[in-house]
Write a protein that binds this ligand. Sequence first.
Ligand SMILES: NC(=O)C1=CN([C@@H]2O[C@H](COP(=O)(O)OP(=O)(O)OC[C@H]3O[C@@H](n4cnc5c(N)ncnc54)[C@H](O)[C@@H]3O)[C@@H](O)[C@H]2O)C=CC1
Ligand SMILES: O=C(O)[C@@H]1CCC=N1
Length: 268
Amino acid sequence: MPLRVGFVGSGMMAEALAGGFDASGVAAFSDMCCVDRNQPRLDLFASWGVTPCATATELAKKCDVIFIAVKPYGVAAVLEEMRPALSKDTLVVSIAAGVTIATMEAAAGEGVPIIRVMPNTPCLVKCVAAAMSAGRYCDQTHADTVSTLFDAVGKIHQVKESLLNAVTGVSGSGPAYVFQVIEAMADGGVLAGLPRGVAQDLAARTVMGAAKMVIETGKHPGALKDGVTSPGGTTIAAVAELERCGVRSAFMRAVKAAADRGEELSKQ
Ligand SMILES: NC(=O)C1=CN([C@@H]2O[C@H](COP(=O)(O)OP(=O)(O)OC[C@H]3O[C@@H](n4cnc5c(N)ncnc54)[C@H](O)[C@@H]3O)[C@@H](O)[C@H]2O)C=CC1
Ligand SMILES: O=C(O)[C@@H]1CCC=N1
């Protein structure tokens, strides 16, 4: 029996999840349902073969796993609306930044298994970096279901719920920082005379290749950096400039700012 996956909220992150799951074969568009307030989003999902539902309650009745993919401030209201259709047999997976499992369990009702996941948009290209934490009504089967979905499109870590805002700071929001880096490196290439398309492709492939080296060699990023840095060469000239601009401090502060914002959302 194929896994029936539903999306309440069919925005950017739901698109990345649905697209990645279908491309990996772990769940097919034809076994997915979606709900959204915005008709063009439903039309887009329907064009891939995802079944649109009129209400979240209707979707809950049709699906084994229900992703809550609305903005954080809308999560509790959606769960309250769906409450009559939720039970111990409906696995709810929230991807909302900051919204605690306790808040969601209170809205969904007693006994409803809820898992909080922080994914990221590279799920679309089967390269997700995610983390999860399970609620009190979950058993190993629920955790395994979510792990199976996400490990098919990248990697999911299990963490304490209190660490999920830190995860948001590193990987949930992280693609935006890296897109900025790629854009800036491409701009630098254009400044040095390269055509835009060549500069952008080189920058993006450099980020991808460096990331693969960290993951596949298991070496410390500092050691890999040393391997590029010839004495008196070009790289150390660039690295010294990045240090002068405080690049490492800027990234650490950026990650902490996103994590702090997640904490603020948890208190709202
Ligand atoms: N965009 C990202 O990179 C990531 C987003 N998230 C989380 O995913 C969630 C969704 O974010 P995005 O996809 O970026 O937002 P989005 O704005 O693209 O999508 C949200 C969708 O929900 C719909 N919606 C709002 N209220 C609704 C309701 N009551 N019933 C049905 N549909 C409703 C909206 O029309 C919209 O299409 C957020 O909670 C965010 O924290 C988590 C990780 C990464
Ligand atoms: O910006 C946000 O709030 C969401 C959560 C992580 C990525 N995007």
